[in-house]
Design a protein around this ligand. Structure first.
Ligand SMILES: [Zn+2]
Length: 224
């Protein structure tokens, strides 16, 4: 079966391999999207009003190249990309100390960022603070098949992190208790998986069958 990329909306004979231990069926040869990008865009198109043409204030943390133009064009002048280190982003931002007012954003996209941040709970509280009560936040992280999140603040050296967490720049391995941290930080949480959006054939066609496709974690401000 040929593949379809929902990010660039083009077909390909196959998706390429990607990863430190390369996995097949991952990388769109046209736009560079991975499984997680395609799952996220499938969700945003099917279940949210992001593409209804209305202007929105959106905070896109650590902007993925294959998504930033799509989000910027959907939101108009209200789009803001931000990053701690990447100077190509529109604003330099430490998400544990966000210099924006409470209730500033309709949409926050912060995908595969929190696992890099030593004080991830502070970042969660900050994003909850700046999210509008009517808004939603995408807070995806890689979740391992373990019950409890594992972290040891004493593990800081890249080689040690690579050995313990499987990535030189990760501060922890999240487990299935990940949503609890979001709840403790002020969010209500909804979890969406590929089968919630697409049938089995579409999951294969869109290159979402790998385990590392992951889930989508959607946070809304509790009590909103
Ligand atoms: Zn693509």
């Amino acid at each position: 079966m040929s593949r379809h990329c929902v990010v660039c909306q083009k077909d390909a004979a196959a998706f390429g391999a990607f990863g430190i231990k390369p996995r097949a069926d991952a990388l769109c040869p046209n736009c560079g999207s991975l499984e997680r990008h395609r799952l996220l865009l499938s969700y945003l198109r099917a279940r949210t009003p992001l593409f209804d043409g209305q202007p929105r204030r959106m905070l896109h943390v650590a902007p993925e190249i294959c998504l930033e133009t799509i989000f910027a064009s959907a939101c108009g002048p209200g789009y803001l990309s931000a990053d701690l280190n990447n100077t190509a982003a529109m604003e330099r931002m430490d998400i544990t100390d966000i210099h924006h007012a409470d209730d500033s954003f309709d949409v926050i996209c912060c995908s595969h960022v929190l696992e890099h941040i030593p004080d991830d709970r502070k970042a969660m509280r900050e994003m909850c603070r700046v999210l509008r009560p009517s808004g939603f936040a995408i807070l995806n992280v890689p979740v391992m098949p373990i019950a409890e999140t594992f972290e040891d603040p004493a593990i800081v050296e890249p080689a040690d992190r690579q050995r313990v967490y499987g990535h030189f720049d990760h501060a922890r391995n999240y487990g299935r208790d990940y949503p609890d941290r979001l709840v403790e930080s002020g969010f209500d949480v909804t979890v969406i998986r590929a089968p919630d959006l697409l049938d089995a054939a579409e999951i294969v066609r869109c290159g979402l069958a790998n385990r590392c496709c992951g889930e989508i974690y959607i946070g809304t401000k509790r009590g909103a």
